[in-house]
Design a protein around this ligand. Structure first.
Ligand code: PMP
Length: 424
């Protein structure tokens, strides 16, 4: 059923019930801004609501459903493997196979440590970088997201200075972080010149997907790589979104710049909660000697390893990257055409596999220039899109999966067109 003006009676009822037992009715604060629809099931590129409506999904669980929802190969692998036990608190062969698959797919790392969430793998990377360099400070960038923990969650204050983003989070947690504008290599060079002997790491999303899907300017990543190498600073790519989405070797492979450490999650395991920290042996070995602690009851669980292995097998044997490129390109063109026909100043940027949609006009290269767009109006329009059966995030990021085909394309464009007609 096409949602259109459909009422969400069951969703609303469930929402009221949830709110009694769960703060805000959601289990992740990111979802406070998301659609308050309850979903019953999902398959491929489609998600179904409890009121009988269906959605063409460009949210993809915030990224993990890269193969589409409920991919058979991953479900079968998890089902078969988990029948032999779910979690051993000890070693099993699938861990080795998944580690080999990750390192081979990425190409550059020697070793990998699995975790459960991107947030924790970022923390492991920071701890390792500090241990390896004996330094404390970290350069990071405006608008990049690295999880919800105290030392990485930031937002700009009224004075433009980046500080704590949550009540209960102390500014002192962020003291060791130097927040710079992204895509400005000179800013990094200057900071390293002034404080290079204190800087353990430079941490960034190699494509700033979380704010605007902004790509690195030509030569930017290369220059940061050189600067880090020259100063003995550990370069960490947070590829929790870009990993396996921008090709098997992630953004590092896409842009041809190799970090020292990188974090992965989302697309790596077909929807299963798994993250990874990958890196060169000389750094990673510190976990193995016990010098640097990285632990977790569910790290390397049977299901997680089976899902990772199966997902990477799918990506290697039947690479979806061309079909995603085709769908994403046609979708972007279609959205732009519809907007032009309706006289709407739509701004689209990024890549067919992950792009950002907003209203307004601006040359966007970093978080500050992104603010010139009308992000607030778009967030409201995103809600209208959801009402019309196109599931998208309010913050403007659209993801395309291996399961998006022609049928979804024409369905989505028809719904987007109707949403825009009502919007203008
Ligand atoms: N890093 C990046 C780049 C992310 O986009 C995210 C999540 N959106 C995280 C880290 C945190 O991952 P998780 O939500 O799995 O903890």
């Amino acid at each position: 059923m096409d949602p259109g003006s459909h009422r969400h009676e069951r969703s609303e009822k469930l929402g009221r019930r949830a709110a009694a037992r769960t703060p805000g009715g959601v289990h992740s604060n990111v979802r406070l801004a998301g659609p308050r629809v309850y979903f019953s099931h999902a398959k491929g590129a489609r998600v179904f609501g409890v009121d009988g409506e269906d959605y063409v999904d460009y949210l993809l669980g915030q990224g993990p459903a890269f193969l589409g929802h409920a991919p058979d190969a991953v479900l079968d692998a998890v089902d078969q493997a988990s029948r032999r036990g779910l979690v051993f608190g000890g070693q099993h062969e699938l861990e080795i196979e998944a580690s080999e698959a990750v390192c081979e797919a990425l190409g550059w790392p020697d070793m990998v440590r699995f975790g459960v969430s991107g947030t924790e793998s970022v923390q492991a990377a920071l701890r390792l970088a500090r241990a390896a360099t004996g330094r404390t400070r970290v350069i990071r960038f405006e608008g990049h997201y690295h999880g919800w923990l105290d030392n990485v969650l930031t937002q700009p204050g009224e004075n433009g200075v980046w500080g704590a983003a949550s009540a209960g989070q102390l500014d002192s947690h962020l003291e060791d972080f130097i927040v710079l504008p992204w895509n400005d290599a000179d800013a990094v060079a200057t900071a390293l010149e002034r404080k290079g002997d204190q800087i353990a790491a430079v941490l960034m999303e190699p494509v700033m997907v979380n704010a605007g899907v902004i790509e690195p300017l030509p030569g930017y990543l290369e220059r940061i790589r050189e600067l880090c190498t020259a100063r003995g600073v550990v370069l960490i790519f947070d590829e929790v979104i870009s990993g396996f989405r921008f090709g098997l070797s992630g953004a590092a492979g896409w842009f041809g710049v190799t970090p020292d450490l990188a974090t992965y999650g989302k697309a790596m395991a077909g929807g299963w909660p798994v993250s990874a920290l990958a890196g060169r042996a000389e750094l990673m070995e510190r976990f193995g000697t016990g010098e640097v602690n990285h632990s977790g009851t569910f790290n390397g669980s049977v299901m997680a390893m089976a899902a990772t292995k199966a997902t990477l097998e799918c990506l290697r044997k039947d690479p979806p990257y061309d079909s995603i490129e085709e769908h994403g390109t046609a979708l972007i063109e279609g959205i732009k055409e519809i907007a032009t026909a309706h006289g709407l100043p739509l701004h689209v940027q990024g890549f067919p596999v992950a792009f950002h949609v907003s209203f307004g006009e601006a040359e966007v290269t970093d978080y500050r220039s992104l603010q010139q767009l009308d992000l607030m109006s778009y967030a409201r329009f995103a809600q209208a899109l959801v009402e019309h059966g196109v599931l998208v995030a309010a913050r403007g990021v659209w993801y395309v999966s291996a399961s998006h085909g022609r049928e979804e394309l024409s369905l989505a464009l028809g719904r987007i067109s109707r949403a825009m007609s009502e919007w203008v």
